[in-house]
Write a protein that binds this ligand. Structure first.
Ligand code: AMP
Length: 172
């Protein structure tokens, strides 16, 4: 199945010059959604993953489905101020300004082998922040999985953990 054909390019969203990879056509197609999840988790079936951590917001969609496929739990990495219990956070730089992601402080207690999931790897800053956050919360990153890697942006260079980073689709 051609999953590339289920992505939609939206020019100049959310700001001028950005070619946004819209995954909603893929999500709306049950066969494409199922295949994307099967291919997302395939390298990690025997990796002893305890929990999938998904990055808000599209990482929740792919991450929770990936957790069900692997038979493990799910942890949300959230935008600031959203988590109800005691949380830890990491600030990271964006092209313009900064952002922050947070996780419940006890999220990885007793289930420390973590697979990070997001929809798109662009410059890699978000995933790098997620790696730092998982470490801060006492988890061990055993892999990363994204649906789409934008190869030209070089985000993979910021993946510094000794664990595989898997992309289902590559776009130059
Ligand atoms: P980055 O930190 O630059 O790797 O950006 C990754 C995050 O921003 C992911 O959570 C993506 O959902 C989102 N993102 C960045 N660039 C794009 C893009 N061109 N299309 C869709 N999502 C993007």
């Amino acid at each position: 199945m051609d999953l590339y054909a289920r992505l939609r390019d939206v020019a100049d969203f959310p700001s001028p010059g950005i070619a946004f990879k819209d995954v909603t056509p893929l999500l709306a197609d049950p066969a494409a959604f199922a295949e994307s999840i099967a291919r997302l988790v395939a390298p990690f079936r025997d990796a002893g993953v305890d929990v999938v951590a998904g990055i808000e917001a599209r990482g929740f969609v792919f991450g929770s489905a990936a957790a069900l496929a692997l038979g493990c739990g799910f942890v949300p990495l959230r935008k600031p101020g959203k988590l109800p219990a005691a949380a830890l956070g990491v600030d990271y730089a964006l092209e313009y300004g900064s952002d922050r992601i947070e996780v419940h402080a006890d999220a990885f207690a007793g289930r420390g082998r973590v697979l990070l999931v997001d929809d798109v790897l662009a410059t890699g800053g978000t995933l790098a922040a997620a790696v730092r956050l998982v470490a801060q919360a006492g988890g061990k990153v055993v892999g990363g999985a994204v649906l789409v890697e934008l190869d030209a942006l070089g985000g993979r260079a910021r993946w510094v953990v000794p664990a595989p980073l898997h992309a289902v689709l590559h776009i130059a």
